[in-house]
Design a protein around this ligand. Structure first.
Ligand SMILES: Cc1cc2nc3c(=O)[nH]c(=O)nc-3n(C[C@H](O)[C@H](O)[C@H](O)COP(=O)(O)OP(=O)(O)OC[C@H]3O[C@@H](n4cnc5c(N)ncnc54)[C@H](O)[C@@H]3O)c2cc1C
Length: 569
């Protein structure tokens, strides 16, 4: 079967808030320009029909979108000043903010809410719903939206200029052979390709490596957020109430914190973030979240409630120093895949939307100039620097680094940053910044006994009411993948798993994956242990690609449409 090629002006890879806003803004700019030329107001050529397409690996727009989320509406207001009147799905304006420090038994309420966690004027949203709504707005504007289309490979010309993206093949069986329904992926050619894949994008990873876009920048560091939606029996936690917590269950060397947001219809949105630069090889972010719910304050809150949904996703938390070069010939990076999230506020929706808009403005100028070179597209970086995105990130540029020395120094550092405007006077040796996985220590360094990998969570029982094992939770993520396809989690050397990794780290993939994808099983025939990859459980969070101590796990896109369905999340 011949591979088809489709020609577009601009291809946006990933239908998240960044790219959907970018596509919508670009179509508005083109429309305004063409109207202005037609009416004689602008003395320039019309751009004619500009073909814009957005591809998304999920089955529907929003299916793979998982967030808190309290949204700072600043950027959405710039994109669409009347977003409320236009029916943006907002759960509730934030009505009250709480900040709690949790000891094992007590919840101590801070008399003041730290400024970064003040959310007055913001909205609690389901980002899944908001994204689906933005997708509808794009379709109304004539933008081509293709769900079930994963971007599988970047396309380059002979001079390494990006000329588009190849989508994944369909109908390959688990042995790698073509099935009856085989369809080769399509080559989508574009003058500009915009990568808005979210954190740890699989194409972004390839591109950054190939073009050295991270040269001279710090390695990106990540966290993973694990979240559940609960239906409560009454209105004990009203819509619009926002609580952030610090302390239990994280130990003081591990970066972590929780959130509890009140949504409509007595739905509680609760989650816990763990830094993917933790040291203990037996740490399990999903188990940390389950322990979080056993805290007396939280357990009381959830009493009589029912688990509705589950999900997990990583967060790019490196901030200012970890932003890669965001442009090259024919390509731009936006949103989380450009690392524009403010980790101190745990907010990235606003900067994702804004960066998408700035990318659109850059592309529009490039269309007028008919020049899509890196030199021309560099003005995107200038635009981001001159917008409110970079000043916001600069003020908190040393936030995450402060927690490297534990919670208490991290908090002191956070307080100091308010006064110093983000300066650290060389306290953090930026040249020595390392990727988070290098922080993981070997079992022996923690004095763990033999291969008893349960020992960190010996006291944690999954009762099926308050606490759930991974498989039960994965069921609530509504994950689906066609099982007759090759695993999309490529472990480059499985020998390491049964030898070095087992001895040194006790196969931490079994724990850091929040979806029970990785399992060490006895090999019936010879009694040896081997890695089994339950890829159909994968919730596309990318934790494995980030946290594997040997960096031998490569996450690639599975067949289009596979993955979680985060309805209402
Ligand atoms: C647990 C958690 C809590 C958060 N809480 C908040 C909060 O309270 N407030 C806030 O402002 N921000 C919050 N954030 C951050 C916020 O969600 C992100 O900053 C924002 O969603 C980034 O938008 P994006 O468009 O860059 O990427 P994403 O929202 O990640 O969207 C990327 C899209 O691209 C698709 N995609 C990826 N790769 C491919 C590919 N190769 N081919 C096709 N499609 C692809 C994905 O399926 C996805 O739909 C939170 C994040 C998490 C994980």
């Amino acid at each position: 079967m011949e591979r088809e090629t489709l020609e577009f002006d601009v291809v946006f890879v990933g239908a998240g808030p960044a790219n959907l806003s970018g596509a919508l803004h670009l179509s508005q700019l083109v429309k305004q320009h063409n109207e202005s030329v037609a009416s004689g107001v602008t003395k320039s050529e019309s751009l004619g029909d500009v073909e814009i397409c957005v591809i998304e690996k999920g089955a529907t727009i929003g299916a793979h979108i998982l967030s808190g989320a309290v949204m700072d509406p600043r950027a959405l207001r710039e994109l669409m000043p009347d977003f409320v009147e236009q029916g943006a799905p907002l759960e509730s304006p934030v009505k009250e903010d709480f900040f709690l420090y949790l000891t094992e038994k007590h919840a101590i309420r801070s008399p003041i809410t730290p400024p970064p966690l003040k959310n007055h004027g913001y909205y609690i949203v389901s980002l899944n719903r908001l994204t689906a709504w933005l997708g509808e707005k794009c379709e109304e504007a004539g933008i081509n939206i293709f769900p079930e289309f994963p971007g599988a490979a970047m396309l380059y010309d002979e001079d390494d200029r990006v000329i588009g993206v190849r989508t994944g093949d369909k109908g390959i069986d688990k042995e790698g052979k073509q099935r009856a329904n085989y369809e080769p992926g399509v080559d989508l050619h574009a003058k500009v390709t915009v990568l808005g894949e979210g954190p740890r994008g699989s194409l972004t990873k390839q591109l950054v490596e190939r073009l050295g876009l991270d040269e001279g920048r710090e390695p990106q560091v990540y966290s993973v957020g694990i979240k559940e939606l609960w239906e409560l029996p009454d209105d004990r936690y009203p819509a619009g109430r926002v609580t952030h917590t610090l302390g239990f269950p994280s130990d003081s060397r591990t970066y972590g914190g929780g959130w509890i947001y009140g949504m409509q219809n007595n739905i509680l949105n609760i989650g816990y973030v763990t830094g993917l630069d933790y040291r203990d090889p037996l740490l399990d972010p999903h188990a940390e979240f389950q322990r979080y719910k056993t805290h007396p304050f939280i357990a009381r809150l959830l009493e009589g409630g029912k688990l509705m949904r589950y999900g997990a996703k990583t967060i790019a938390a490196g901030g200012y120093f970890a932003i890669p070069q965001t442009y090259a010939d024919g390509v731009l990076l936006v949103g989380d895949c450009a690392g524009l999230l403010n980790s101190q506020r745990l907010k990235g929706i606003h900067s994702a939307i804004k960066s998408g808009m700035l990318a659109a403005e850059t592309i529009f100028d490039a269309m007028i100039a008919r020049d899509y070179s890196a030199k021309r597209l560099q003005s995107y970086e200038t635009r981001v620097n001159d917008s409110w995105i970079i000043p916001e990130l600069k003020k908190v540029r040393n936030f995450h680094a402060g927690f490297k020395h534990g919670r208490w120094l991290g908090m002191v550092n956070t307080g100091l940053q308010f006064v110093t405007g983000g300066r650290s006077w060389g306290l953090f040796d930026r040249d020595k910044a390392q990727p988070g996985h290098t922080e993981m220590q070997k079992l022996s360094a923690f004095g763990y006994r033999g291969d008893d990998i349960e020992q960190r969570y010996n006291g944690l029982k999954f009762d099926g009411k308050l606490t759930f094992n991974k498989l039960t939770d994965v069921y609530h993520a509504a994950v689906g993948h066609d099982e007759d396809q090759p695993a999309h989690l490529h472990v480059l050397d499985t020998n390491i798993c049964s030898t070095r990794c087992a001895e040194e780290y006790g196969n931490p993939c079994q724990r850091f994956c929040p979806a029970a994808v990785y399992e060490i099983v006895e090999d019936g025939a010879n009694g040896k242990r081997r890695l089994q990859i339950n890829f159909s459980n994968c919730v596309h969070c990318k934790t494995c690609d980030i946290m594997d101590p040997y960096q031998i796990i490569n996450w690639v896109t599975p067949e289009g449409g596979g993955g979680p369905d985060y309805k209402g999340m």
